[in-house]
Design a protein around this ligand. Structure first.
Ligand SMILES: [Zn+2]
Ligand SMILES: [Zn+2]
Length: 293
């Protein structure tokens, strides 16, 4: 059995399809070293995929119960995927800062406000995405993408999450209708500036495999050339599947591990007994026995 970890998962507390206990049980059955729950943190406006505020305490106590139930078998961690919305919402300065979390994933999903006052989330169906881009930005995709990376950098600066969620997700609809080329200089510059800041703030970048099993054609976040720049800059990485169902907890891991290994990484940064630790890995999994615990 290969030993893996997953720190990015969504349960029925947000938009996932199963209880946290089902995920941890599956991770234990598959021989995982650790499993982290990271529901979408509450936001201060109605949302059908973020966790409602009134469920938050129950979420924290459910994971605490799982920690004790699985003690000595699999390490269970409490996390949240926290949205950053420039000028509106983030970790710093909100009540989220008071929560007893083991780690935080920082992600940008919301870009702007729509005329009706609601927030535009780009991470939905492509038709909705293209419709909103026309409405809000008159199809100026370059402006949209630059805005996205600007928000990501603000998040890194002010919220400084432990893990940066799906770094280049703004490319997700580019295979449906091509709205930019990843080789364009301005785009490369956006990524390089963002990665330089990640390096300065010492965040981990997750390699998120969700696009491998949810997209046709499959895509990895981030792209291969981005990984190469990250490797040059010595950025620590981890593999996560952004699972919304227990069956997805290690989907795409073999591919991601191969890509990372071939790019040059020989360790992944994960939590071991609550401390970030660089653990050797290859396509056969993490070599936990190679490190002192
Ligand atoms: Zn996300
Ligand atoms: Zn997620």
């Amino acid at each position: 059995m290969k030993i893996w970890t997953n720190f990015h998962s969504h349960s029925t507390y947000c938009d996932g399809k199963s209880e946290p206990g089902d995920f941890v049980k599956e991770a234990f059955n598959r021989g995982f070293h650790a499993f982290g729950c990271s529901s979408h943190a509450p936001v201060p406006f109605p949302s059908h995929w973020n966790m409602p505020l009134e469920k938050l305490q129950d979420y924290l106590s459910t994971i605490n119960r799982l920690k004790s139930r699985y003690k000595g078998h699999i390490q269970v961690y409490t996390g949240l995927e926290i949205d950053y919305i420039e000028g509106h919402w983030g970790y710093a300065g909100s009540f989220l800062k008071e929560l007893p979390l083991d780690y935080r994933i920082g992600s940008v999903h919301y870009l702007d406000r729509l005329p009706d006052g609601s927030f535009f989330c780009f991470d939905g169906k492509p038709e909705g995405f293209f419709e909103k881009i026309e409405l809000l930005y008159k199809n100026d995709f370059k402006a949209v993408i630059r805005k996205y990376y600007h928000h990501v950098r603000q998040m890194i600066k002010y919220d400084t999450p432990d893990i940066i969620g799906h770094l280049d997700k703004i490319k997700m609809h580019n295979t449906v209708r091509k709205y930019f080329d990843e080789n364009e200089k301005w785009y490369v510059r956006e990524l390089e500036d963002t990665i330089d800041l990640i390096s300065e703030k010492k965040c981990i970048v997750e390699v998120n495999t969700r696009g491998l099993y949810r997209h046709d054609p499959p895509m990895l976040y981030p792209s291969q050339w981005v990984l190469e720049y990250m490797f040059e800059k010595n950025i620590p990485v981890m593999i996560n599947s952004d699972a919304h169902h227990p069956s997805e907890i290690d989907t795409g891991y073999d591919f991601a591990a191969k890509v990372l290994h071939e790019t040059g990484w020989d360790t992944l940064r994960i939590l071991i007994n609550g401390a970030w630790t660089d653990v050797p890995f290859d396509t056969d999994g993490l070599k936990i026995d190679k490190i002192k615990q």
